[in-house]
Design a protein around this ligand. Structure first.
Ligand SMILES: [Zn+2]
Length: 545
């Protein structure tokens, strides 16, 4: 009898605990939805840095930080770290690109055949120069690759093929094929301009059709102590991207024609490099405006006196790409607001609820820093500013976990952590995921160079072991075919007004993703050892201080 009663009590207790768990999960799901509903509303008008919409979103995040119980960790005792920005707009009709051979001139058509963004360095630029073809334009001693061998690029415009050799390891390849690294290589070799050929292979990452959506959008960069835009290279006076179908005339009388080069790029064969006969002239005018936009920073202090002055950092970008220009679309009466529900209201929402989970459990030994960054869509600008002007000492940051565009559209069975192979963080993420019966999968899209395309990369560049966590491609019950959902999002909704609240966001998946994300931070914050780059790892060797 007693046993029976006891068994009954245990059952009752189990049922009560299960119900309490369900209720707390429902609360978590509702909160996750509430943040996304607010941040992706049309009233935010796409959260472009400097806009009212972004500023309201930033106020929302700082208000949430305070409600959750986090302390301000921005500048001057507040939650904000204002990022001084320059924004540049291309003057409509001012972009020109003309190829010439002897007396023949071929003007290319803006948007249809070539594209150039606004110039952050100069309000007007004009360049006429000879040309060299420098393959991918990559100089990577570590990978025994140098496109500039036997090539004199001094005073020339370098013509480059987008991307990288097929046999590069994915994340090192992502680093060396980034615009910044290619620009640095061109500068080292004395080039004065860059023409990047957009290839069929590059279309996997960015289709030329999408170029029109960039028309009218400002470029942005952060302004350093000298009043200059960080990362601009004075020596490079002009640059443009050319559609491969319009680039053939560049290769007139060349040792190898463009068609052959594109085939080699497609098949993974080595390119070659050579001088080109013709000339190019590039022109444009831009208008400049100095603005500022805040990163929003909060801290949960650690409980261990020995470790509390070290920080586990989470980032999620709060900005998105604003509104489409009505003259850049066929039907301007349609929805023009890029709400960015998954890019990245979802990541910010997950970060806020991760913070709340930390305040509900045992306090972590290390401190946890939460940073909602601005200007991600403009080239990881806010995160770079933070990583180079951190509000806590950079060497006190032990790791960084970035949340950007988790596709919370189905009950995922695995997660991906870009960068996991490079440091002990890989094992940490795996352990955290497995505690929720979720697997850690390798990068399924090595050709997309995702490792250099979000905010964690700015911390990597400061030597901090970092990962970028997203949901994977397997589904929990196996009956959902996730590939079309994933690719469908990238093709139909990514950086479009339809990345909005009409998407079927799965809040059960969002809750689990949040718990895994919090578990990663918990493991990192409580481990007596700091996370470390793997012995001899490329990124550790290149950037660790
Ligand atoms: Zn984006």
């Amino acid at each position: 009898m007693r046993n029976f009663i006891l068994a009954g009590c245990v059952l009752l207790l189990a049922a009560t605990t299960a119900r309490a768990e369900d209720e707390s999960d429902m609360l978590l799901q509702n909160r996750l939805q509430a943040h996304i509903d607010f941040l992706a509303d049309d009233l935010m008008r796409g959260r472009q840095p400097g806009s009212n919409g972004y500023n309201i979103a930033a106020n929302y995040v700082s208000s949430q930080f305070r409600q959750i119980g986090l302390l301000p960790a921005g500048v001057d005792g507040g939650y904000f770290q204002q990022v001084p920005l320059r924004q540049a707009f291309l003057e409509p009709g001012s972009a020109e690109l003309v190829l010439s051979h002897g007396t023949t001139t071929i003007p290319l058509v803006f948007v249809d055949q070539f594209f150039m963004g606004p110039d952050l360095g100069n309000t007007s630029s004009e360049l006429e120069a000879g040309l060299v073809f420098a393959g991918y334009g990559i100089e990577a001693a570590e990978l025994e690759h140098n496109d500039y061998v036997n090539l004199d690029a001094k005073g020339k415009v370098v013509v480059l093929i987008a991307g990288q050799p097929h046999d590069f390891p994915s994340e090192e390849g992502a680093h060396f094929s980034s615009t910044t690294e290619k620009t640095k290589a061109a500068v080292r070799h004395g080039a004065v301009g860059i023409l990047m050929i957009h290839t069929p292979r590059a279309s996997q990452r960015f289709q030329w059709d999408r170029v029109s959506s960039l028309v009218g959008a400002p470029s942005m960069g952060w302004i350093n102590g000298q009043g200059e835009v960080h990362g601009e290279f004075d020596q490079i006076q002009a640059g443009a991207m050319i559609r491969h179908t319009a680039a053939e005339p560049l290769f007139e009388n060349a040792p190898v024609d463009l068609k052959t080069l594109l085939e080699r790029d497609g098949n993974g064969e080595a390119l070659t490099t050579f001088d080109l006969e013709g000339k190019v002239s590039l022109r444009q005018r831009s208008t400049h405006e100095n603005i500022s936009s805040p990163n929003v920073v909060a801290v949960l202090p650690g409980s261990d006196p020995l470790l509390a002055n070290e920080y586990v950092v989470y980032t999620a970008h709060l900005d998105h790409i604003g509104e489409l220009h009505s003259d850049s679309v066929e039907q301007p009466e349609n929805d023009l607001i890029n709400n960015g529900a998954l890019d990245n209201a979802s990541g910010v929402s997950v970060m806020l609820e991760t913070a709340r989970l930390f305040t509900q459990g045992q306090p972590p030994r290390r401190s946890i820093l939460f940073v909602a960054v601005t200007g991600e869509e403009k080239g990881l600008v806010g995160s770079e500013y933070f990583a180079m002007n951190p509000t806590v000492p950079i060497d006190s940051i032990v790791s960084e976990v970035n949340l950007d565009m988790p596709l919370l559209l189905y009950e995922f069975g695995d997660v991906i952590a870009f960068g996991a192979e490079h440091s002990s963080l890989g094992d940490t993420v795996k352990e955290a995921a497995q505690s929720y019966a979720i697997e850690l999968s390798p990068d399924p899209f090595p050709e997309q160079n995702i490792f250099v395309r979000s905010d964690h990369y700015r911390f990597v560049q400061q030597g901090v072991p970092s990962v970028f966590l997203v949901t994977g491609l397997s589904s929990l019950d196996g009956s959902v075919d996730t590939q079309p959902i994933f690719e469908g999002f990238l093709h139909e909704h990514y950086h479009k007004p339809s990345d909005d609240l009409n998407l079927p966001i799965n809040y059960k998946a969002a809750a689990k993703f949040t718990r895994i994300n919090a578990k990663i931070g918990e493991l990192l914050a409580n481990d007596s050892n700091r996370p470390a780059w793997h012995e001899g790892d490329f990124f550790g060797r290149t950037f660790a201080k």
